[in-house]
Write a protein that binds this ligand. Sequence first.
Ligand code: SF4
Length: 400
Amino acid sequence: MYPVRVLSGMRPTGAMHIGHLHGALINWVRLQTEYPCFFFVADYHALTTAYEDPDIIGKSVWEMLVDWLAAGLDPNQSTIFIQSRVPEHAELSLLLGMSTPLGWLERVPTYKEQLERLSQKDLLTYGFLGYPVMQAADILVYRASMVPVGEDQVPHIEMTREIARRFNHLFGREPGFEQRAREAMRRLGSKRAKLYEELRTRYQEQGDDTALEQGRALLSSAQSLSLGDRERLFGFLEGSRKLILVEPHARLTKSPRLPGLDGQKMSKSYNNAIAMREDPAEVTRKIRTMQTDPARVRRNDPGNPELCPVWQLHQVYTDEATHAWVQHGCRTAAIGCLDCKQPVIDALLREQGPIRERAQQYLDDPTLLRNIVADGCDKARKAAQETMRDVREAMGLQYT
Ligand code: SF4
């Protein structure tokens, strides 16, 4: 089996806000210590909806990358890159498009929804309809097995799995597969090869799942096999052909959804966001004027934290003792809203100090950032090229 690899990306939206930080980046920073991670700026994706406004993309890409590094993404642990600088994304997207049924794309639940939501734009384009294929290519080109997503993205991962499955089914043969699998078996050593053959027969003739599991374990522990031979033997064991594209799994991440200053979802376009590197005086001003429970008109009107977006920020930013203080103080009008907001302001400023500091080195020396990203693009490209060699060969494009 191919090694575990995590992949995730974001469209370039410019400077990130604290909703992005708590919704995704903190999780990415954690993941990079556990798995090999690939994080990319999805600039092609930005063009699917903003093709008429290309000038904003470049600026947004670099601003966003500064924030990723400022949040703690470490280029020594993660591969950080830009989608369009790895042309294999576009190539695989085109090739997957050959075998992806049109009906699958038209049925994507978010397709019609987005068309309606962004009705002021002309999105009846080939690129917009084909966006899930490009998303599948982004994942499959790295043979990424794990994709951290929120619940709403699960159908996209499911679609990627279907696209990979269909591709493997259609193209996953290689000339002389059985003979090459038998040669690979010999490289297992005679004792293991005999056991492998027994397990394979038990699984294929009697459907014995335990035998399948044992066979997989045997192959995983066989040091003598190359990656290609291992894949061949996995395929031979299961009765399938060579696995070329790896079906990814969604890694569901429960992350807090931060409210904006008006209580709606935080978003730059709603003008209700607090940037990750907001000026401290602005942070203070924004929180102090943030919407609260409308019932608290005067200082001695009691309120209900459940109806107040500031309370949602408390849940992310302050401790249990403060929560109890807010609950009691709000409901009895023992505290005013400005008192209540102060611990949130303090915690936000504490969080943002080191972020601003880390960002400064990249703002002072933009070459540093460019070099990190260039290295990341090179690394990503090497991994993508390995997959593309197999894909091209499987699709009959490696002819001389
Ligand atoms: S006291 Fe706190 S929780 Fe209650 S309404 Fe004011 S800001 Fe919101």
